[in-house]
Design a protein around this ligand. Sequence first.
Ligand code: PEP
Ligand code: MG
Length: 539
Amino acid sequence: MAERRIGGRPASPGVAIGPLVVWRPPRRPHPSAPGTEGGERERFEAACETVGGDLLLLVGKDDRLAAEILDFQREFLTDPEFRGAVREAIGRGHSAAAAVREVLDGHAAAFRAEEDAYFRARSEDLVDLRDQLLAALEGGAERPPPLPEGAVLLAHELTPSRFLALDRERLGAVALETGSPSSHVAMLARARGVPLIVELGPVETEARLAALDGERGELFLEPERETLRRLERRRNRIAAERAILRTPPPDGFRTADGSRVEIRINVDDPAALEEDVVRASDGAGLVRTEFLFAGRASPPEEEQQYRVYRDLLLRFAGKPVRFRTLDAGGDKPIAGITATREANPFLGLRGIRLGLANPRLLETQLRALLRAARHGPLEIMLPMVTLPAELEEVRRMIARLREMLAGAGEAAPQPPLGIMVEVPAAALTLDRFAADFFSIGSNDLVQYLMAAARDGSGPVAELLDPLHPAVLRLLGEILEVGRRRGVPVSLCGEMAGDPAALERLLALGLRSVSVAPAALARAAATVGRFGTGADAAQP
Ligand code: PEP
Ligand code: MG
């Protein structure tokens, strides 16, 4: 059989090669006519028992995200209001199955209409719960297929409970014809380190062997020898590098000659973080708080923000977490917050400029952060700072808010306050900024310095070169100011996730970076090789 390559969307990184297992659960049989009211109520109670028991068995002890999803479903099952609504529908002449469908479809639709992304994700969990109850009532459920070692599972879609029922030890990777990178299944796959690609479209196949590249979003059916060799090399390299996540060095990441390098991670979406990566990292070097504000009709309230910040601090268990205040605008437009009529949004009202122009928004976020600071070593970082006056204004704002909190009996500690160094004017006058730390935002700094858009596409893509002498010279100067003034300097742009660029940064003397979670293992390996004379980046 000739090799077939099918492209989809990457949803969880990693490479897997293994026997292909196609899972096509059978269609549910036609619903049976309702029996007596009492009989249907009893069948409903029995189905709740069965599903509740199954859910309990699915939770792995070490799996917070799975526990959270399944707890929600279990609580819903025992909720008197839910039970009452189903009983009432049965009383109107519905079968137990039709009543479950009516009630849960109604709740799922209500959750789907919520503006909060957290609640919207819950609608998916309710549809999953509905299907489990219907399977218990009407049959049509299928036990998960037996998996051979390292199986690549192909399915049309997967619900969280179906994903969790798969044999974890033997599952190599998952490929879905539909699905989405932001679904609960994708979060679970990332949290468990299972490579996943979604949106493949319909796949008819008799193939027996598959190779899946979760980084590039590619599925190969009956891969050729050359494809296998290429993917095997990548898989082995990734496996070797990831070993460091399970057993991080007890005295921290170090270069070959023993110099300590702090490697933190960038958090774009807390739900997508793997526990191994959180544990192995030196903390969070950049929390992009935009995830809280995007896709909703109005900004989240202080209490909601406070809970998310507190939970993240607790998750990092005593390691520092650097929260960046909202960086809306430019490449991160947020409906209802960013201006829509700017000719060039990258050079307009974005980052801290927008926060200072909209002080209620900024103050609400700062208050939530200050309150959360009691739960762990929290740091506050300001984006797109151009002038020292911007930093000073936020410092005064924080002082005022702390006074108000203390007055209300909620005294908050004074968190370190630093700035992103990503506007060339700030980078060139850094000694004038009384910041507690500097963090270089190379994504924006390179685009503004080279006058080439940060998305790296189009005819000027080659100009977006983080290793251009202009960039390296400026980075050297920033490090020098930090050294002279005793202010810690870090770098949290994508540049640090690229091994060749990271070597240049280490050679310049940088000893603190923050990288995307998927790049942590690779960055640690690059640091470990540095200083041996074998620094050249691996393919
Ligand atoms: C940067 O600009 O380098 C950075 C880390 O921030 P963002 O990519 O969120 O703009
Ligand atoms: Mg930036």
